[in-house]
Ligand binder design. Sequence first.
Ligand code: HEM
Length: 434
Amino acid sequence: MTDVALPPGPKNAAILRELPRFRRGVLAYLVELSRRYDDPVVHLQFGPGASFVVNHPDVVKEFLVRVPERFSRSRWLGELRKLVGAGLLFSDETTWVEQRKRLRPAYARGHVAVVDEATRVETDALADRWRRVPGAVVDVQEDAKRVLLRALVRIMFSPEAPVDDRQVIADLDAVLQFVGMRSTVIRQNLALVGIRWRETAVRGALARLDAFIADLIDGTRSGRYSAGLLLATLLEAEARGEVDAQNLHDEIGTLLVAGFDTTSALVTFALWSLAARPDLADAVRTEAEADDRPVLEAVLRETLRLYPAVWAIHRTATEDVELGGFTVPKGEHVMASPFALQRNPAWWPDPDAFAPARFFDAPDNDALLGMEYLPFSHGRHTCIGKRMALQQARLMVSELVARFDFEQVGGPPRLVPGVIIRAADGLPLRVTPR
Ligand code: HEM
């Protein structure tokens, strides 16, 4: 790399000056870095680890839309691969095109009723639980995860399969936190100099998750359970000889990682934000019966701006690539952070304020909003579950706000960047039936 001009950014020589900035955590550091450098690409170097950080909407477009085939998914997510292997999230670019086409029927528009029904049943069960203890303080993050995991299993895998939601969530949290820690630049460097994280911590969790996935597949194959949308699509592909048992396992594992924690972050932070804005909560209630729900839509979009579940999109260059006027050499890590780009005042006035009004009258299509808005990414790897996620979030937020008043307890959540963003200490809200 020595003969290639690097973009500006903090280098090893300045590491001591940078360390205090790191004290507030990775997310705050990325936001600060994005604001400090007025450059399209920033080069971040800590020890032997380095990243090219995309820092301008035009470069987001180059990275995600114009030349996505010149990158592979980052090699940094090792442990996660044990669970999700070559599922859609991590598959090789050469097999990914066919794979995405094959899975598309599971996400088609026609499944609105199936998604609604399962989400409604689980949301109603949660509302019943909350109603039994009026005025109690509940961890909305945990409760939203349980609802959305149970709904995901019913919709995508099997309506009848039993799911020990607390155990599955605890096991996934263990794996995701472990991977999240390892994927930060600093932790990578610790690993490189020989300090290893205790892999045994996640071995039991991975084994239990594998057993859960095996039961879904065996139960559906043997007719004990009926097949949900994804499993039905996959079993048809298996009958045509296009996929094998390992592919089935990996696609289910992929959705356990990508398909409920993400949406639950959206629901959780939307409810938390609305708790401080009774005017907006009332507006959401008032428009509940209307065909258009501009306030709810704007609340969800603003929540995704401030709290994008996928806080960073990681890739590795598979060849030398031009980005923002610089050459990214083959093998280097490139990252675009929705969290940092969506909090940059260059594109978002008053970026730290929760102000859904900024999305009133905005175009429906995220791409038309500009590349500085990328909660579901852009280009060919755009989130395949976006429609389902938004449908579920609309239903949950509007139903829960209609039936309960929410009150914030304690200060703002301490955000931590696992693979998916979360509130480190849960998200307590006082919940009172209306
Ligand atoms: C608010 C909720 C969600 C957010 C913010 C979100 C965000 C994202 C983002 C940013 C990506 C691109 C990742 C990358 O390229 O590295 C992605 C990909 C993906 N998402 Fe989502 N997602 C959400 C919900 C869902 C749901 C509900 C599902 C499935 C039921 C899902 C399944 C996937 C899959 C399979 C991919 C890989 C797509 C591909 O590469 O072809 N996501 N998501």
